[in-house]
Design a protein around this ligand. Structure first.
Ligand SMILES: [Zn+2]
Length: 356
């Protein structure tokens, strides 16, 4: 289903202040909502406040709601996360209506491998919960493989309720061909709007393939759902920070970016533009600055690059072209800098075999 179709079919349900069609949103933790609130404020995105304190944080900024705001409780990621059969909290849904969020996100529990009962419980509750409700579906990744994806698509269509996917994986949920293929099938065959929460650069691919909206996490922990036994990225003593390298279209650890920059410094015959950023936040500065900049500046860079990509990527063909270009730059840094860095798995997962 095209994005336009999705927006038409969602007409009755979308009575929030803002239409979410073709929106790339930023997902921020509630306890840092104030710090990150200004990010992307000049763009046409929006913000997803996340966690148990999300509504408190959003109510505190209600006067600043000049773009779509959503509240994702992330109950599915909590300690001892409940199963999807758990009942929604009516207060959580009603408070979002009072806040006039762009859509009301359900406070769903988790849908494990093959747990159709949990899937149906969430969709049934969401269908009964009134207008403008979007069923949050935190899914074990097997739901994007056969036969799970057919079952998932069928249940979503049968309940006729918009959904927001949250994909579980220890690294990249959309880093395999089967998962991407399942997502493409789901997006082409669902008759309701589909959004993605807690995603990363692949959110752009999802929108290009018909997703209504996608929310990219401002921190690694909000860029996918970590399995229950791994609550977040491996702990290394220092919180890892990642910046998008525009030409490589990759969230890269700032230490690795510094390594790339150091290579340039050791020679005077190589092009340094790989490590220079022209976004509004960076203003032509070199990317070695990310090792010492504030989290806010880092996030502002990332959102600026994502917004640029979002404007360029308007179809499956332009998404594939962007990936091919990035893979070309990976070859280039191997030849030019002798740095053999593997491209992120999502790139080959999204490309048709003929383009690899
Ligand atoms: Zn930048």
């Amino acid at each position: 289903m095209s994005t336009t179709d999705a927006s038409k079919r969602s007409g009755d349900r979308d009575r929030g202040r803002f239409d979410l069609t073709n929106r790339l949103l930023t997902q921020v933790p509630a306890d840092r909502a104030g710090e990150f609130w200004s990010i992307g404020a000049d763009g046409d995105g929006g913000i997803v406040v996340s966690g148990a304190e999300a509504l408190i944080a959003a109510f505190g900024r209600v006067r600043e709601m000049t773009r779509p705001v959503l509240a994702d409780r992330r109950r599915y990621a909590a300690n001892n996360r409940p199963r999807g059969t758990v009942r929604f909290d009516p207060c959580w849904l009603e408070s979002q209506r009072e806040l006039n969020t762009a859509t009301v996100l359900t406070d769903s529990g988790y849908i494990g491998e093959g747990d159709q009962e949990a899937l149906v419980a969430i969709l049934e509750q969401a269908a009964r919960a009134g207008d403008n409700v979007c069923a949050v579906l935190p899914l074990h990744i097997s739901w994007l493989a056969d036969p799970g994806v057919k079952l998932l698509t069928g249940e979503v269509n049968q309940h006729e309720v918009p959904v927001a996917l949250v994909l579980e994986h220890a690294r990249d949920p959309l880093g395999t061909r089967y998962a991407v293929s399942g997502l493409k099938d789901l997006l082409s065959q669902t008759q309701v709007p589909v959004g993605l929460l807690c995603t990363d650069i692949s959110g752009l691919g999802a929108i290009a393939h018909g997703a209504m909206w996608a929310a990219v996490g401002v921190t690694s922990a909000l860029r996918h759902l970590y399995p229950a036994d791994r609550k977040g990225p491996p702990f290394t003593g220092v919180r890892a920070r990642h910046a998008i390298v525009p030409r490589l279209m990759t969230f890269m650890n700032v230490e690795r970016i510094a390594e790339g920059w150091a290579q340039v410094q050791r020679r005077d015959d190589v092009d340094e533009n790989m490590w220079r950023c022209y976004c509004v936040e960076c203003g032509n500065r070199t990317m070695d600055r990310f090792a010492a900049c504030t989290d806010l500046s880092l996030a502002a860079h990332n959102i600026s690059i994502l917004d640029d990509l979002h404007q360029q990527i308007t179809s499956p063909a332009s998404w594939e072209r962007a990936i091919s270009d990035a893979l070309g730059w990976y070859h280039w840094i191997q030849n030019e800098y002798h740095l053999t860095w593997d491209p992120p798995a999502f790139m080959n997962a999204w490309l048709p075999r003929s383009r690899r």
